[in-house]
Ligand binder design. Structure first.
Ligand SMILES: Nc1ncnc2c1ncn2[C@@H]1O[C@H](COP(=O)(O)OP(=O)(O)OP(=O)(O)O)[C@@H](O)[C@H]1O
Length: 261
């Protein structure tokens, strides 16, 4: 049997010596589309940051496609795993096209420049994310949603087998959100392993086959969406009453807010 795409063993990580993730162990198989959910501050972004290699961790191990990520250079890591982060560093003075082209950087050789193939991959990724018309725009002049699409294009242009997303739909309107998740569905069907942080429970339930709920830096619940997405589990994890009913068209479980009075 092949190794899981992600193997996390007893992972502890945090900031300035303060633990946030407390001994997390989790496997994600190749081809899974998994949602990471949980209350504010539960450690979702911290987990994505540790997986993408930008946050050093105190204890435990992370293997991606069989490689301990601490043994990989940043460039080698970027050939295995692309990330759409929640916060993006200042991108002043960069055209959208140039930003997406940076996604090809892990694939160019030491002396080689970008090839025709790189530009074709960039064009395809921008078409897929409906951002090609933004190619010549300065990234600092883009709206939050436009920038989000360009950054998603950069991640797709990276041509990895694993994609990590942290609230990738947070700046998108409802139509763009559905465009993104439909695109993710197609990519997942073509073999891409996807791990996405989501706050929108119903969106996650519609698209993710598996849900992992974090709470206080630990895994509080983990399982196939249709089994784990229950009123009891959600209400316990979020400490607020929630009801669950089937989506009228898909039969997927969906959550409903319950007024307290
Ligand atoms: N750079 C940082 N320095 C210090 N503490 C941090 C830093 N980033 C996050 N934290 C703290 O770590 C904890 C977990 O934060 P994290 O962003 O991982 O949570 P989250 O589950 O993604 O939350 P949210 O749903 O609000 O996005 C929080 O208590 C947060 O205040």
């Amino acid at each position: 049997m092949s190794a899981p795409m992600i193997e996390i063993r007893n992972l502890s990580a945090g900031y300035k010596g303060q633990p946030v993730l407390r001994g997390i162990s989790l496997n994600v198989g190749e081809g899974e589309f998994t949602g990471i959910l949980g209350p504010n501050g539960s450690g979702k972004t911290t987990l994505i940051r540790a997986l993408s290699g930008v946050l050093p961790y105190a204890n435990g191990s992370i293997r991606i496609a069989g490689h301990d990520i601490r043994d990989l250079s940043a460039k080698a890591r970027a050939r295995h795993c692309a990330t759409v982060a929640q916060k993006n560093p200042g991108l002043s003075g960069v055209r959208a096209l140039s930003l997406v082209l940076m996604g090809r950087y892990p694939h160019i050789s030491f002396l080689g420049g970008y090839s025709r193939h790189d530009y074709l991959r960039v064009q395809a990724a921008m078409e897929e994310t409906s951002s090609l018309d933004l190619a010549e725009r300065a990234t600092e002049a883009l709206s939050g949603g436009e920038l989000q699409r360009v950054i998603t294009a950069k991640a797709l242009a990276q041509d990895t087998r694993l994609l990590l997303l942290d609230e990738a739909a947070s700046n998108l309107d409802v139509a763009r959100t559905m465009d993104l998740y439909e695109l993710l569905r197609v990519k997942n069907a073509a073999g891409l392993t996807i791990l996405t942080v989501a706050h929108d429970l119903n969106l996650a339930a519609l698209y993710c086959q598996r849900l992992v709920f974090l709470k206080n830096g630990s895994v509080a619940a983990d399982g196939p969406t249709r089994e784990i997405f229950t009123a009891q589990t959600l209400s316990d994890i979020y400490e607020t009453p929630l009801a669950v009913a089937e989506h009228p068209l898909t039969g997927t479980p969906q959550a409903y807010l319950v007024p307290r009075a």
